[in-house]
Design a protein around this ligand. Structure first.
Ligand code: UDP
Length: 373
């Protein structure tokens, strides 16, 4: 029955589900998704734990985008609840806003900066002048200066990536801006929402069509020979795995381990995420999903997050070695496009996409190739 399908997608995460949905609902063609895990939704998957609390299985996700197209597209599949994400970091025993804003500086340095002008002049004295920062340390030094870099970013980044920020591309720490005002939201995007009721429901709705067949618990590499050899293949897994590490080396992916704790409390902490940049804490952050999901339940679950070099791939690791190696795999991948094998998404494109970027990338990709299907 696998050979019946002319379009086969590997992976039921954001990229795979978007392409499947478009093939089924726009082109009205049948499509098969092969998913290794026992669930859809990729790393966005969430579920109700034993205590009945809605929790993410692969770490916290907060939807934010400036793209009307992406917001409109995902809104076809879910209702939203408004949620503006706010993060605090525990630094020297005090909880301070991240990204750095006026309050962060006032608390940590016992100052009383009152407005943007004063904050800009304080920042100017701290910032190290670096044109075109080449790595994450340079990005942070040029934005917040040495003292804040050491308090909030240096050690968190070492824990998270097991690398010195000097050895990571600028895009990692460029994710975190600096504010010259009191805005303590993590994101400033036009749309900041959480799905109601859950992320998993988005994917259930996307994949509802009768034309979409999802095979869970199935390893593509084991069933490959049963597929129609002329089928178009949309691969959303790690690109180096597809090529069986033919370039001699594996790309690095950073992974995470989670420790869940259900507590007989209404709430444990004051916000959905508290970061722990200091090295004496072995975890990087504690997430309490109830703050973001808005679930009304008389118990709470918290999640300790520990970075790890082994386990499911979560993050591409942007440094020179990996980007060079990725380029080699990418040129192999480009040659396969002519044969109808395509590579899409965070793992296949080796890019630190946010959720909205993954949707956008998949939608653009679909528009580019739909005439070939
Ligand atoms: N980061 C940090 N201190 C913080 C928050 C973030 O050093 O308090 C750095 C860290 O290197 C992290 C990166 O900024 O990996 C990006 O943070 P983000 O919150 O975007 O990470 P994600 O939610 O994607 O894991």
């Amino acid at each position: 029955m696998l050979e019946e399908f002319d379009c086969v997608i590997i992976g039921a995460g954001i990229s795979g589900s978007t392409i499947a949905e478009r093939i089924a609902n726009e082109l009205r063609q049948p499509v098969l998704i092969i998913e290794k895990r026992n669930h859809i939704g990729g790393n966005c998957f969430d579920f109700y734990d034993k205590a009945g609390v809605l929790v993410p299985l692969y770490g916290p996700h907060f939807f934010h985008t400036n793209s009307d197209t992406v917001f409109r597209y995902v809104s076809n599949f879910i209702k939203w609840r408004k949620y503006e994400h706010r993060v605090k970091a525990l630094v020297k025993g005090r909880l301070v806003p991240v990204p750095v804003n006026i309050n962060t500086v006032n608390i940590l340095f016992r100052l009383s900066i009152k407005n943007e002008k004063e904050m800009r002049s304080w920042l100017e004295k701290e910032q190290v002048k670096i044109n075109n920062p080449k790595n994450s340390e340079e990005v942070a030094l040029s934005r917040v200066g040495k003292r804040l870099y050491e308090m909030i970013f240096k050690n968190y980044t070492k824990k998270q990536w097991e690398k010195d920020p000097k050895d990571l591309g600028p895009e990692v720490l460029a994710r975190i801006p600096v504010r010259d005002n009191f805005d303590d939201r993590y994101f400033t995007d036009k749309y900041q929402v959480m799905p109601d009721p859950s992320y998993t429901q988005i994917f259930k709705n996307m994949l509802k069509s009768r034309r979409i067949k999802v095979l869970l618990n199935t390893d593509y590499f084991k069933v490959k020979s049963e597929l129609n050899p002329k089928a178009k293949i949309f691969f959303t897994g790690p690109i180096d795995q597809f090529f069986q590490y033919s370039e001699g080396k594996a790309l690095e992916y950073r992974s995470l381990k989670f420790e869940y704790q259900n507590l007989n409390l209404d709430y444990f902490q004051m916000s959905a995420v508290i970061n722990y940049p200091e090295p004496e804490f072995p975890w990087t952050r504690i997430t309490e999903p109830k703050h973001a999901t808005g679930q009304k339940i008389a118990t709470t679950t918290i999640i300790y997050e520990y970075p790890s070099s082994s386990g499911e791939p979560y993050y591409p690791v942007p440094n020179e070695r990996n980007l060079c190696l990725y380029k080699k795999y990418q040129s192999l991948a480009e040659k396969l496009e002519k044969k109808g094998i395509y590579f899409i998404g965070r793992l296949a494109n080796y890019k630190y996409f946010n959720m909205d970027q993954a949707f956008e990338n998949a939608l653009n990709f679909f528009d580019r190739i739909k005439k070939e299907l």
